[in-house]
Write a protein that binds this ligand. Structure first.
Ligand code: ASP
Length: 315
């Protein structure tokens, strides 16, 4: 059985001065994940560990480094799904959890539920040994500065979040995610985010919603999405891509078709997608998307702009 891993650090208008930071973050996470998968780790551990590395990197809008909501608090969303049994776990609007992807996995494996939110999710974390932190441990200067600028009246920062290249940009996006297929043919998808800039308290986007932001089915494919969540969840974008694969499209065609759905609601975003034959791709209609793909056939590649470039990864 062939293996593959595809990861992302968000589809948005990454500014030129941040390109290298995104490339470095993606390269490090891809190296970690691909090393695990090649070393025989399962897709579940690979996706969890890779997403954790991206959550821990303050460059990305997930875990530490997440956007603040309108009250100046960090509320996190994440989900994980394994495609053999169609099991899933997810967490939304949870505070003080350092690695929400691990909490999502715990919910999948140790509760009868799929999605826990807010206070209940935090309580479950406490009871199940998932690491909690202080609220300020997730906060970084960039997020605080944007929060203060928006409060001072710079509301255009919010509107520019998914700006095209011709528009100004200063919003910071960078939801993270990973999809993997392992030697046993198990396919897993995971996604983690701090949500959107200046979101209303309690707002939940696509990332923790199974079918919208994340989906995995070992008989077909897996997808992890990023972008404007209100649009993605209305077109159930991850599942919509996988349905296209069920109908006979390849991963590239399926990604483009799902983006076509997103465009029906004037949405911008992207996804990483792999199928059960270990074909992998990234599709996006934003100016840039931080992404990395590793397959046995093509090796490892990373990119933020339209072209990807080879990435040396240690075996
Ligand atoms: N999709 C995420 C959300 O709407 C944001 C992102 O991908 O950057 O919460």
């Amino acid at each position: 059985m062939s293996i593959a891993l595809a990861i992302h650090g968000g589809a948005w208008n990454v500014p030129d001065e941040d390109l290298q930071l995104h490339l470095d973050g993606i390269s490090a996470a891809l190296q970690l994940g691909w090393g695990l998968l090649q070393g025989g780790a399962g897709a579940l551990a690979t996706v969890e560990q890779t997403v954790r590395a991206l959550e821990d990197n303050p460059v990305f809008n997930a875990g530490k480094g997440s956007h603040l909501n309108r009250l100046g608090r960090v509320e996190l969303d994440a989900s994980i799904m394994e495609g053999d049994h169609l099991d899933a776990g997810a967490v939304a609007a949870v505070e003080r959890v350092r690695n929400p992807i691990t909490l999502a996995r715990q919910i999948m494996e140790h509760s009868p539920h799929v999605l826990l939110v807010g206070e209940g999710a935090r309580r479950f974390a406490e009871e199940n040994g998932v690491q909690l932190c202080r609220a300020r441990d997730l906060l970084i200067g960039r997020a605080r500065e944007r929060y203060l600028r928006i409060r001072a009246g710079e509301t255009e920062l919010v509107e520019q979040e998914f700006a095209t290249e011709t528009e100004e940009h200063d919003g910071h996006m960078g939801t993270v995610g990973a999809v993997a297929i392992d030697h046993a043919g198990l396919i897993v998808a995971g996604t983690s985010t701090g949500g959107t800039l200046d979101k209303y308290p309690g707002r939940v986007g696509d990332s923790p919603l199974i079918g919208a932001g994340t989906y995995a089915d070992s008989q077909l494919a897996a997808a992890s999405c990023t972008g404007w969540g209100e649009g993605i969840l209305r077109v159930v974008m991850a599942k919509s891509a996988i349905d296209r694969i069920a109908a006979g499209m390849n991963v590239e065609q399926a990604g483009q078709a799902a983006l076509g759905d997103l465009e029906r609601v004037s949405g911008r975003g992207g996804m990483v997608l792999i199928d059960r034959h270990a074909n992998a791709t990234a599709a996006f209609n934003t100016p840039r998307m931080a992404r990395g793909i590793a397959t046995l056939r093509d090796g490892a590649r990373v990119g933020v702009e339209s072209q990807m470039r080879p990435q040396r990864v240690a075996r």
